[in-house]
Design a protein around this ligand. Structure first.
Ligand SMILES: [Ca+2]
Ligand SMILES: [Ca+2]
Length: 191
């Protein structure tokens, strides 16, 4: 019995799982399986929506979301400069997010995950090399028309804004900002 309990514990440790008890004493379980959430138990009623949301946030902390473009994504809540954010992504075999943000369909898929930040969040887009020429972290040159900029952005305000981020106060659209600002960040990893 002890042995099987230990095996079960190890299994749980490797498979991200969070669980909670509903107000009626029923168990709601959220698991991360093949890059997506799976809920089990009593998670279906509207009254458990908040519980499911909290469980997902706990599971998100340890996992990468696999999007339909076959890249994986993860939001990091640490607040760091653009350069440090890219370094932290690279340590995990990733870059600041580019391809999935550029693609409108994938971006729509990713926005709920990005909005979990509830804070300004770096992605991989900057004009550090040449003012006014924004380049995605995967090397693709951005065009103003096809990039998800907020109205009148990028504006290079004060002559020092070279890095792009999602801004909650700009309806979660993109703004250019000084790269030294400490923001949350969103990484993208090719599977
Ligand atoms: Ca600039
Ligand atoms: Ca700006």
């Amino acid at each position: 019995m002890k042995c099987s309990l230990r095996i079960f514990s190890i299994f749980i440790w490797f498979l991200p799982v969070a669980q909670s008890t509903t107000q009626h004493g029923e168990l709601c379980v959220t698991k991360w399986k093949n890059g997506h959430f799976v809920t089990e138990g009593s998670c279906q009623s509207p009254s458990t929506n908040d519980i499911v949301k909290q469980l997902k946030q706990r599971v998100y902390k340890n996992t990468w979301y696999v999007a339909t473009n076959n890249f994986s994504y993860k939001l990091f809540h640490d607040k760091v400069s653009y350069e440090t954010a890219q370094y932290e992504c690279q340590k995990r075999g990733a870059n600041l997010a580019a391809a999935g943000i550029r693609d409108p369909a994938v971006r729509s898929e990713l926005m709920p995950l990005i909005k979990e930040a509830a804070f300004d969040t770096w992605i991989g887009l900057d004009d550090i090399q040449q003012e006014g020429k924004f380049v995605w972290k995967d090397g693709v040159t951005s065009t103003r028309e096809k990039t998800y900029w907020f109205v009148n952005q990028p504006d290079n305000q004060g002559g020092i804004e070279d890095c792009a981020h999602f801004r909650p106060h700009y309806d979660w659209m993109l703004n250019d900002e000084p790269c030294s600002k400490h923001l949350k960040f969103f990484c993208e990893r090719r599977n």
